[in-house]
Design a protein around this ligand. Structure first.
Ligand SMILES: Nc1ncnc2c1ncn2[C@@H]1O[C@H](COP(=O)(O)OP(=O)(O)OP(=O)(O)O)[C@@H](O)[C@H]1O
Ligand SMILES: [Mg+2]
Length: 477
């Protein structure tokens, strides 16, 4: 389906020309020559423009007033202003109101094309977020956090209560795999903001420069490679929730910038002059002890106090081991459905094994173990041999030798260097998940390079941040 561009332009010649131009490019182009006409067009059923290309001064009003009137009604749409009078106050107001760009006539066709193209992409991204959020709303009811132990019930109750009240910031703590990501979704999708975007960034996954431009956005030319304007994640989360995962990994200078956004409720793109007002709620998550990080000088205490207006600690699976009674049948049912299996019975030995194991990777580890067991089942009984034994360690998974070797392609550009081959052999019969293989690769590499993260990241052609993130995730210290 082609995208719609609404052109609001009173100059007959230019209006007609623009419409013809965009129709030729394959867009659905609609032209209105007055504010009134534009209003009627925007209210007509099925009218969902991706971009509105508007003149400023129109015979019966001003394009900016139209933007102000319609911005809450027309969703997933970007406004670009094209005006003969490039007034600074107007451009400031336009950007304050959330316009995508403000161009002065005459404007080079090439430049206009680029701006319109990136505005269309931005509108499409917003639309995707909106549809995702409608579907997700159904999936993340507070009850999707399973468990009937006291701690689990308290956690659900807390999630339910906090999703009903407005707060500026909230921090989720807990071990890896304990459900911080799930809790963040429950909080967002049951709140007043549920129809607005939930925008997520994993601070451990990006190098610093990229994280900065992702979060704060940039103007064209802000740095080499910044071809066009980019709206940062903070702006994209406007009216919704910004979820910063692994906040403990954020570099100190970005912590300072984030603190400023929280204090001023305004964000400025890299290389930009204007500040844009944002209304966001921030959820952060960490499996580090931030108090320790503050003492070690790795985390700003002032930011911590801003972020920890509320704190929810997600209990580990060990603390609520009786919840296996709820979790195991639910997860088995989920994987039965996915793999077309019919596992319905869990022997008492299997229960014992699961209850006596420490689950350092918490629910994520439980999910992986059960998924593998269900896939490999041949009867209605959950096979026991794939369940971890008490006292065993998560990182020492069985490596079977009868299967092909797999390289480390998922680390980014290419796999491990041949000269450094570890001859890793992984089963490809479904008995081992990607996470376990990845953990095994990083573990072996760390062993080989005596824990030197820089060296390991170089050999695996990835960033230190990514390796450090995986060390934490898979408990490889
Ligand atoms: N109480 C629960 N009930 C059902 N599923 C859960 C529960 N807690 C966690 N899960 C599931 O376990 C998996 C891991 O949880 P999640 O990704 O939220 O953990 P996390 O704390 O964010 O981990 P990490 O620190 O590694 O990012 C997810 O698939 C999540 O849906
Ligand atoms: Mg997570």
């Amino acid at each position: 389906m082609s995208e719609t561009i609404l052109i609001i332009e009173d100059e007959q010649l230019l209006g007609r020309e623009l419409r013809g131009y965009y129709v030729d490019l394959g867009y659905e182009a609609v032209w209105a020559s007055t504010c009134q006409e534009a209003r009627e067009t925007l209210k007509s059923p099925g009218m969902k423009p991706a971009v509105i290309l508007s003149d400023l001064n129109l015979p019966d009003g001003n394009g900016l007033d139209l933007l102000e009137e319609f911005r809450a009604i027309v969703s997933a749409c970007e406004w670009v202003f094209l005006t003969g009078y490039g007034d600074v106050p107007d451009s400031v107001r336009a950007l304050r109101l959330g316009a995508f760009d403000f161009l002065t006539k005459p404007c080079e066709q090439e430049h206009l094309d680029m701006v319109v193209q990136s505005a269309v992409r931005s509108a499409q991204a917003q639309r995707r977020i909106l549809t995702d959020s409608l579907n997700a709303g159904k999936r993340y009811a507070p009850e999707s956090y399973l468990g009937s132990s006291n701690v689990a019930r308290q956690t659900v109750e807390m999630l339910r209560q906090l999703s009903q009240v407005p707060y500026s910031a909230l921090i989720l703590t807990g071990e890896t795999g304990s459900g911080k990501g799930l809790a963040a979704r429950i909080l967002h999708y049951n709140s007043q903001r549920s129809r607005e975007p939930l925008v997520e960034l994993n601070c451990a996954a990006l190098p610093k420069e990229l994280m900065e431009s992702e979060l704060f956005g940039h103007e064209a030319g802000a740095f080499t490679g910044a071809k066009s304007r980019h709206r940062g994640l903070i702006e994209q989360a406007d009216k919704g929730t910004l979820f910063l995962d692994e906040i403990g990994e954020m570099p100190l200078d970005l912590q300072a910038k984030l603190l400023k956004v929280l204090e001023d409720r305004k964000v400025r793109r890299l290389g930009g002059e204007q500040e844009t007002t944002v209304d966001i709620q921030i959820i952060t998550a960490t499996n580090r002890n931030l108090q320790d990080e503050i003492k070690a000088g790795n985390f700003r205490s002032d930011l911590y106090y801003r972020l920890s207006v509320f704190e929810i600690r997600l209990p580990s699976l060990r603390e609520r081991i009786e919840d296996l009674q709820d979790l195991v049948p639910n997860l088995i049912a989920e994987f039965n459905l996915k793999a077309g299996k019919k596992v319905t019975q869990v022997s008492s030995q299997a229960w014992e094994r699961m209850k006596n194991y420490a689950w350092p990777g918490n629910i994520r580890e439980l999910r992986n173990v059960l998924e593998r067991s269900v896939i490999l089942s041949s009867t209605e009984q959950l096979p026991e041999q794939w369940l971890p034994a008490a006292g065993s360690h998560a990182a020492t998974m069985p490596i079977v030798n009868n299967a092909g070797a797999i390289d480390a392609e998922f680390f980014g550009h290419g796999g491990a260097d041949e000269k450094h081959s570890l001859d890793l052999q992984f089963p490809t019969d479904g008995s081992m998940g990607l996470d376990e293989m990845e953990s095994e690769i990083v573990r072996k590499m760390l062993e080989k390079y005596h824990g030197n993260v820089t060296e390991v990241s170089r050999v695996l052609k990835t960033t230190r941040e990514k390796i450090r993130y995986r060390i934490g995730k898979y408990h490889l210290r």
